[in-house]
Design a protein around this ligand. Structure first.
Ligand code: NAD
Length: 259
């Protein structure tokens, strides 16, 4: 049995992960952590302090935002526990703190835990190798109106994949365009964040050549898409060595993605 401490448990992803874990026979949420004002109950499995509820052999899964991610990484490093981390929008020093924790424990980190986005990244790599290097690349993402970070972590991951394929750096990204910006060059990649309603997560990579366009699109219709990946990642890190792990490792691994 894989025993999980879930951080950000009262949030949208926390609730989806609890539901996904409840449908398995081998992953059990034994502790739920959230900030005091969002604790639905006092006592029982609920706590506002991860350090107080962790026990040897547990896996910590966090979807609690940038601050919660860094706090969870510190607790995991101090207690020798593996971590699955899904929060996005971390500043560079936050990402560095997670990488530092990975020197001591297994850290599984992904900006998107869905199998479909992992497949989209493979498709993007193959497509960029197939089309001429002059084709324009634009990334469009849509999320619900409450999302805090823009562009999404997934859009940035897709942008990084495209930048790497084109030999460009992050300074080539154009986040929206306004005013007289002049003609588009093919050494820029546009990134556009739409916010509204209840969109769970929608990412399109648009490739435009002379007289033709091609769109690669993934739509997450339900947070279950991420939750099942996070549960699979908990299984994976439970027996993984210290280090930094991601979706590519999970897809390569021997086990099934969902039970
Ligand atoms: P949410 O706001 O619904 O939930 C976040 C929860 O974390 C809240 O209950 C909040 O009270 C709690 N929290 C905040 N700070 C905390 C702390 N220091 N310690 C413990 N709990 C804390 O947000 P959400 O939609 O569930 O998303 C959570 C994070 O996961 C965001 O960063 C989001 O971008 C990211 N996300 C990642 C993926 C992925 O596949 N990697 C998918 C969806 C969302």
């Amino acid at each position: 049995m894989i025993r999980v401490a879930l951080v950000g448990a009262a949030g949208r992803m926390g609730r989806a992960i609890a539901e996904a874990a409840a449908a398995t026979t081998d992953v059990r949420i034994v502790a739920c952590v959230d900030v005091p004002q969002n604790l639905p109950a006092v006592g029982g499995v609920w706590s506002d302090d991860l350090a107080k509820v962790v026990e040897p052999g547990m896996v910590v899964v966090e979807f609690a935002g940038p601050e919660g991610a860094v706090q969870a990484a510190a607790v995991c490093a101090a207690h020798g526990l593996p971590l699955v981390s899904g929060s996005t929008g971390l500043p560079a020093e936050g990402e560095a703190a997670l990488r530092a924790a990975a020197a001591r424990v297994a850290v599984f980190r992904a900006s998107n835990f869905s199998v479909g986005v992992a497949a989209l990244r493979l498709a993007l790599r193959a497509t960029l190798a197939a089309v001429p290097g002059e084709w324009d690349i634009e990334i469009i993402e849509r999320h619900h109106r409450l999302k805090k970070d823009s562009p999404s972590g997934t859009a940035l991951t897709l942008a990084d994949d495209a930048l790497a394929a084109r030999g460009l750096g992050r300074d080539a990204l154009r986040h929206g365009r306004e005013g007289v910006v002049g003609a588009r060059t093919n050494t820029e990649i546009g990134v556009h964040a739409m916010r509204g309603g209840t969109w769970v997560g929608d990412h399109t990579v648009l490739l435009a050549g002379p007289g033709e366009t091609l769109e690669l699109r993934h739509v997450a219709q339900d947070r279950a898409a991420f939750a099942h990946g996070a549960v699979a990642a908990a299984r994976y890190v439970a027996s993984a060595p210290s280090g930094y792990h991601g979706m590519e490792d999970l897809l390569r691994g021997p086990g099934p993605l969902t039970s």
